[in-house]
Ligand binder design. Structure first.
Ligand SMILES: O=C1O[C@H](COP(=O)(O)O)[C@@H](O)[C@H](O)[C@H]1O
Length: 306
């Protein structure tokens, strides 16, 4: 994996004309002094998917060495699904059998609130490409409810998923490690109870306008402090979704943004040069220990060189 690091991290925001939770995410992250994002550029989407897959297997193995289990948040989308396919290829190779897949918890960053068998479900791609081939046990697979799973409204599904996260947060092997006062307050509710388990790696795709999970620019979800939010009137179909909010995304130890294609180059450049999370939600996706922008050449084409 060719590796580079930029000093263009989105921590030096200028003053904003109005205050909103989206702006507060940015300010809180800057105040915590989170690590500057790394930028890794691969020649094309296929090589990007392969190198991310290898890095993900290594990261999950390292997490299991420390905690006994690993916890990953997966994403839908083209490159996100390609990465899971490449991980599944590695699962089939004995020399890469470094991860105990029976001890991996899988979460989703966002989901479409449509019937379970709809091809629009992010869940389907991840189940077919990785969950089934790797043999991850059903009790460790935490899908966001579909519209036919007994919830009439996406708000109910979001509240249920938030409950699942809070329940997992009490499992000793999934407890989040202590963080700084501001960061840990994201994982803890107003009642002082842990709301979020440990996420070792949180994978995100990014849309051409800079959306991550289902947090779109200048949308209610970008202004919502809750760990899980219902999304309505989404500009990209299907319009009704459930998404992790910034408070959950920024509680992850490592956030990896997977981006390929020229159509996303402008949003990548803006996210890494001071756009706010309200303007480009990807700019607000930061891990407590690391943020990695994993790009192909086309997606990186508008970044300043060197
Ligand atoms: O709608 C969504 O889009 C993003 C990006 O998808 P991509 O195909 O442009 O890479 C994805 O990350 C998200 O999970 C999905 O719901």
């Amino acid at each position: 994996m060719s590796q580079g690091s930029t000093d263009q991290g989105p921590t030096d925001q200028g003053p904003t004309s109005h205050e909103s939770p989206g702006d507060r995410v940015d300010e809180a992250l800057a105040a915590e002094g989170r690590p500057t994002p790394d930028v890794v550029i691969e020649p094309d989407a296929d090589r990007l998917a392969r190198s991310v897959a290898s890095a993900l297997v290594a990261r999950l193995a390292a997490a299991q060495a420390v905690h006994g289990t690993a916890s990953v948040v997966v994403t839908g989308g083209g490159i996100g699904t390609a990465v899971l396919q490449r991980v599944a290829d590695l699962v089939a190779e004995p020399e890469h059998a470094v991860v105990d897949w029976t001890a991996v918890d899988v979460w989703w960053g966002d989901e479409r609130f449509v019937p379970a068998d709809s091809s629009d479900r992010n869940e389907l791609g991840a189940r077919q490409t990785l969950v089934l081939p790797a043999g991850i046990p059903p009790e460790r697979v935490h899908a966001i409810p579909s519209s036919d799973a007994g919830f009439d409204e996406p708000e109910d599904a979001a509240a249920w998923y938030a409950g699942e996260l809070a329940a997992a947060a009490t499992r000793p092997e999934l407890m989040a490690p202590p963080q700084g006062p501001d960061a840990s307050s994201r994982a803890v509710g107003g009642d002082g109870v842990l709301q979020l388990p440990r996420f070792d790696v949180l994978l995100l795709g990014m849309g051409p306008e800079g959306h991550v999970a289902s947090i779109f620019p200048d949308s209610p979800a970008a202004r919502d402090d809750r760990p899980v939010v219902a999304v309505r009137d989404c500009p990209k179909p299907p319009p009704t979704r459930v998404s992790l909010g910034f408070s959950a995304i920024t509680s992850a130890e490592e956030v990896w943004l997977l981006v390929s294609g020229e159509g996303k180059a402008e949003a990548v450049a803006r996210a890494l040069s001071g756009a706010t999370p309200l303007e480009i939600p990807a700019a607000g996706a930061r891990g407590t220990r690391a943020t990695r922008w994993l790009l192909d050449e086309a997606a990186a084409s508008l970044l300043p060189r060197g």
